[in-house]
Ligand binder design. Sequence first.
Ligand SMILES: [Zn+2]
Length: 354
Amino acid sequence: MLTGRSLLVHCSANQALRCAPIARRAHAGLVISPYRHNESGLLATAAFLLRQRGFDAPLLLDAARYAGANRLPASAPFNPRWLRRQRELGLPVLTDSGYVDSGDEAGLISILHRTMAVPGAIAVLPLHPAWLRDRLHLTALTGHVRDAGVPVALVLEARHDPFGLPGCVPGLLEVLGCGVPTLLLRSDLSSLGALCHGAVAAAVGTVGALRHLAPREAVGGHPPPGPRPPSTIFKPTMSYRRISAIQRGKRGHPDPRLWACDCPVCEGRDLDWMAGLDEREREVPAFEHAAAVLYTLREELLGDEVPLHRAARSWAARCADAAYRERELHWPITPMLRHWRETAPAPAALPLAS
Ligand SMILES: [Zn+2]
């Protein structure tokens, strides 16, 4: 079901019907997470409704029990009814894992072993970033993932973009080299990097809260914070920017070729057209534009069957170009661009042209 290096849309249950048309195309699909804790019943209902309305693209349900102020630890048992429910709906089975804290190797092993006992299940691994950044953690992680041999879906915790942290990009590449089918959930542009390096699927969140796993101290014991002003992707710099920042950037560099967007949402307008909308009305076009850019980039990088070594090289080159553009615009360089740029193979290691 998940083949061809799919770029998925990761949305909350209340956004699922609106996101379905975006995710209904080749090499696409949908991941649905609850908006609040303990809403897995709503996920199943959303999935049922989508299938009833003919949504036939890949669909995954992420119970997200690893998230929020009341998150569960990695040792928490799976809910067998939830695993069964996904199967009854004809979906790939994602485990409803708890959070794997730094140093919780027993918890990590426990998730992988319990997944081995569920035929065809994908082990969701919601990881403290030390699992990718720290050598001892990473060696343990890749060893256990190889031994278990089950497909894994990574979710990375960070206050902002986890791939902006030093060590996370090379750590991800080591996990992708383990030889098990690997997915990346709750991500942003780095999902494209993951796909270019062999991930089976990678999901981009519709809103900031679904583009990484917020640390518990950032969530606190309060209800989820209100929506933040939406950001969207500025394609030349391959980075998320607030609409207001895009507007200011254009004032400083009014080059029409740079700001116009011909995606189906912008229809040739300059990207700062969204600044004319009420702030609450910006969220939908901001994501629809971002999705259009992401699927265009996916097509340009991976097409139907671009060989991975070539896709990985193009991705590193794109990141280098984007970082250069950011410098030109006097924007701070997005750290993940720097980290992905460094994955370019050294010239001596490039295969000889034939
Ligand atoms: Zn656009």
